[in-house]
Design a protein around this ligand. Structure first.
Ligand code: SAM
Length: 210
């Protein structure tokens, strides 16, 4: 398995969009672990919310071994154009869309996402920092780092296909068990694919299935 080539992204770009870091690489490792399951599922549509550089969807599209339609959203316009280039540079075609979470797409994608990916802005910050469309949107999560996550949770059961899987990166401060019980009431079961400490952060990749 190889990490996607992101050498086309300049340091100036990375002052405007999220530079892949420990959380992104934990996400890639989790997807790698999940590849046997994903290959059996034969997903046709992947939706990534907050694709940033596009590294995560590019990795999935490259490694899955068959064509998959990857829709990648981001609130940050520069991330959207870089995601397209990251795909092309790695010989995969991604469909990046600039929107807030899945605005304008949710109805069309109802019960169609076979794989839903989200590495959210999860850092605990003052609420006033949430809601930009620049680099701060990469990390600012507001109270409990949950303010953006909490907007996505109700969308998950609507978007996932019957056999769909939702993968999300969290830190301990996001209260993963509480997220598990919120989605549990919508009929989804949570497991943890991988966890890793990185400096002060205890990161996990959660997996939700029906
Ligand atoms: C932690 S970064 C993850 C980037 C990339 N997926 C990765 O793993 O390296 C979070 C991303 O979510 C995007 N984002 C934040 N709020 C958003 C929103 N309301 N709608 C869409 N994207 C959003 C940010 O712009 C950023 O690219």
């Amino acid at each position: 398995m190889s990490t996607p080539d992101i050498s086309h992204i300049s340091s100036d770009d990375f002052s405007h969009i999220y530079e892949p870091a420990e959380d992104s690489f934990l996400f890639l490792d989790a997807i790698e672990n999940e590849l046997p399951t994903l290959k059996t599922l034969r997903p046709q549509i992947c939706l990534e919310i907050g694709a940033g550089s596009g590294i995560v969807s590019t990795f999935l599209a490259k490694e899955i071994g068959f064509p998959i339609f990857c829709i990648c959203t981001d609130i940050n316009p520069r991330a959207v154009s870089i995601t397209k280039t990251t795909g092309l540079k790695n010989n995969v075609s991604l469909e990046p869309i600039r929107t807030d979470l899945v605005s304008g797409l949710a109805e069309r994608l109802r019960k169609r996402a076979d794989v839903l990916l989200f590495n959210p802005p999860y850092v605990v910050t003052p609420s006033q920092e949430v809601g930009s469309n620049g680099i701060e949107a990469s990390w600012a999560g507001g109270e409990d780092g949950r303010e953006v996550i909490n907007r996505v949770l109700p969308l998950v059961p609507q978007l996932l296909s019957d056999t769909g899987i939702f993968y999300m990166v969290v830190i301990k401060e996001n209260k993963p068990e509480e997220i598990g019980s919120i989605l549990g009431t919508a009929g989804l079961t949570m497991t943890t694919v991988l966890s890793r400490r990185s400096g002060p952060e205890f990161l996990s990749v959660l997996k939700f299935t029906r």
